[in-house]
Design a protein around this ligand. Structure first.
Ligand code: SAH
Length: 259
């Protein structure tokens, strides 16, 4: 049978997709990313299912397990946190399966960046503030290409969400402050959508200190940009002076009127 790469969502077990939950309920073998996936999701599995934590395994071991199970006709779920397309290390798993002729499919998930926006109750793309969201990380043992260093990215002043960088937050924030300026709003979201979720709000000048004082060292995202506080122009989409394929304009005088 097939191998399904399933996005587990950011933590809250209700935030897996319906498709992902159905696959978990039918799976014979589940290999989950133990360091981040909420184990409460495993309650959706069958009692007879084999459940393995990939935290202590190598790529070769994971592939061997998936290939053998699929070969026996078993349904395999490889459960990754958030959405598997972001920092999931799934490309090498997919390519390994393809080389061995094992069919696979990807089931997207709710990424933690979306859960973090929900936690701070802000929209990343505010008209007149930013229409771009940069998802990135600081280089560590996994290097980041030179054109993507944080100082360069910060110069755009777009909305930004920093993954995998809680442990080197001080350096990341110092680099971001060079491009954004230290007064730029920042928020640190710890364990978005989990019961222990925490939000720390500040600016690039004080967010590192506040995070250290709260004792947060992992499973956190740093959000940066004026979208966190700035006044904005209301969207043209629902403006009475704007018409589009689904609605005619009702008032020709607003900001969104072409004339
Ligand atoms: N594929 C995942 C990201 C995996 S990388 C996704 O789409 O969310 C792991 C990093 O994601 C962590 O170091 C942390 O920066 C972030 N992360 C994952 N879950 C999180 C959560 N619930 N709250 C805050 N950050 C989270």
């Amino acid at each position: 049978m097939k191998v399904y790469f399933v996005g587990a969502g950011p933590g809250d077990p209700d935030l897996i997709t319906v498709k992902g939950q159905k696959l978990l309920a039918a799976a014979d073998l589940i290999i989950y990313t133990g360091s981040l996936v909420n184990p409460a999701l495993l309650a959706y599995t069958r009692p007879q299912a084999r459940i393995l934590n990939s935290a202590g395994m190598t790529l070769e071991e994971i592939l061997e397990l998936m290939v053998a199970a699929a070969g026996r006709g078993e349904l395999v779920v490889r459960l990754h946190t958030g959405d598997p397309s972001l920092y999931g290390a799934i490309q090498e798993q997919m390519d390994g399966l393809a080389r061995r002729g094992v069919p696979f499919e990807i089931v997207p998930g709710v990424s933690s960046f979306a859960a973090a926006a929900a936690a701070v109750r802000r929209e990343f793309t505010l008209p007149g503030v930013s229409q771009t969201l940069i998802l990135t990380r600081r280089g560590g043992r996994t290097p980041v290409p030179p054109g993507e260093n944080l100082v360069e990215l910060a110069r755009h002043r777009a909305s930004l969400c920093l993954f995998l960088s809680a442990q080197s937050l001080g350096q990341a924030v110092a680099e971001l402050a060079l491009g954004y300026g230290p007064a730029t709003p920042a928020a640190l979201v710890y364990k978005a959508s989990w019961p222990e979720e925490k939000v720390i709000r500040g600016t690039l000048a004080d967010i590192t200190e506040q995070t250290a004082a709260a004792g947060i060292e992992r499973t956190a995202l740093l959000l940066v940009g004026d979208f966190l506080v700035a006044p904005y122009r209301r969207s043209c989409l629902y403006d009475p002076s704007f018409d589009h394929g689904f609605r005619e304009k009702r008032d020709g005088s607003g900001d969104c009127s072409p004339d």
